[in-house]
Design a protein around this ligand. Structure first.
Ligand code: NDP
Length: 234
């Protein structure tokens, strides 16, 4: 059955691959984009996840065009890496505001319609770093670890209404976010990954579409790594 899907930050990288995977299986897909244009062939709404009013307007536009959001993929995220000693409070709260409070804002906005429909899927894109930590990433790791508490609390609150909330924790994925890493650092990273390589965004998308499917209806509050074995143990 075709569903209405909203992917935040769906204009590039992992978000775009997720949106395209849903579109390919016949779902009605909308993406939020903060900058630039909507990707070709997908319904785009402009939104900044740090701004609740812009999220509300985006959901209202999606509801008018495609119907209530049944599958929410909270993917928009950013990094501002630096060592703890140098990290400013703005660098900490800025990353948390986008990655964690942004996810709270979209989940809250989506939840009313999901409750009414007695069906919904929320998928939060976290990171291996949220569970294993990362030097220079106190802000990012805190924001990504927080998503686990968000998903598990939503599972407890809304689980009896056919609403699931899960976390996908990617390792190193080939996108703009990792393209900025120096080549020697990338080689080092590849060596530490049991699979010996980074992943494509499509490999993350495959897990997300499965979590949204009817066959994953009894999976909730889970943290699913897509990391080639990098984080084993969480
Ligand atoms: P990109 O940097 O390629 O894309 C990030 C996306 O998030 C863009 O669409 C960007 O919009 C959007 N975004 C950032 N801030 C905001 C905001 N305030 N409001 C709305 N949209 C925003 O990243 P990836 O595709 O690599 O990452 C996607 C998600 O996956 C992120 O949450 C990231 O933390 C996570 N992740 C990525 C990994 C990787 O190795 N690449 C590994 C683990 C997790 P715009 O185009 O306007 O900037």
């Amino acid at each position: 059955m075709a569903r209405t899907v909203l992917v935040t930050g769906g204009n590039r990288g992992i978000g775009l691959a997720i949106a395209q995977a849903f579109a390919k299986q016949g779902d009605r897909v909308a993406v939020t984009h903060r900058s630039g244009d909507a990707p070709e062939g997908l319904f785009g709404v402009r939104a900044d996840v740090t701004d609740a009013a812009s999220i509300d307007a985006a959901f209202t536009a999606v509801e008018a065009e495609l119907g209530p959001v049944e599958v929410l993929v909270s993917n928009a995220g950013m990094t501002a890496d630096t060592l703890l000693l140098r990290m400013t409070e703005e660098q900490f709260t800025g990353v948390v505001d986008t990655n964690l409070t942004g996810a709270f804002r979209v989940a809250k906005r989506a939840s009313g319609k999901m409750l009414r429909a007695k069906w919904g899927r929320m998928i939060f894109i976290s990171s291996v770093v949220g569970l294993a930590g990362g030097a220079g990433q106190v802000n990012y790791a805190a924001s990504k670890a927080g998503l686990v508490g968000v998903a598990r609390s939503i599972t407890r609150e809304l689980g009896s209404r056919n609403i699931t909330a899960n976390v996908v924790a990617p390792g190193f994925i080939d996108t703009d976010m990792t393209a900025v890493l120096p080549e020697d650092r990338k080689a080092e990273i590849r060596k530490s990954i049991p699979a010996g390589r980074m992943a494509s965004p499509e490999e993350v998308a495959a897990v997300v579409t499965w979590l949204a499917s009817d066959s994953a209806g009894y999976v909730s509050g889970a943290v699913i790594p897509v990391d080639g074995g990098l984080g084993m143990g969480h």
